[in-house]
Design a binder for this molecule. Structure first.
Ligand SMILES: [Zn+2]
Length: 105
């Protein structure tokens, strides 16, 4: 897998998402694009997603959870071959039908 994250970056991802960064999955093609940041610098953007796990509501324990949009976090990584590199990870949000609590399982 061409995305190597060091320990510090893994911690950042973990704090943002509350997930194990080792769980972030990348599609087999098209996960790497070259884009530009707001300063016009080229950035290699790696796009992955966290797997969706069926879960119980952390608030009321209900099991009637529905998908409720996604959260996206972009984390800057170390430069790769002189290019700025960023990881954009998408995570499914869920909504509890019982108590309306939202969560990132
Ligand atoms: Zn609930």
């Amino acid at each position: 897998m061409p995305c190597d994250t060091n320990h510090t970056q893994s911690l950042e991802i973990n704090q943002l998402f509350g997930i194990d960064p080792n769980e972030i999955q990348f599609p087999s093609i098209g996960f790497k694009t070259i884009t530009k940041d707001k300063f016009g610098h080229q950035v290699i953007l790696l796009q992955g997603y966290a797997p969706f796990n069926e879960t119980k509501c952390p608030s009321c324990g209900g099991e009637n959870m529905i998908k409720h949009g996604t959260s996206v976090a972009t984390i800057r990584l170390l430069e790769t071959n002189g290019y700025k590199t960023a990881l954009r990870a998408t995570k499914q949000r869920v909504l509890c039908k019982g108590c309306q609590h939202t969560a990132l399982p």
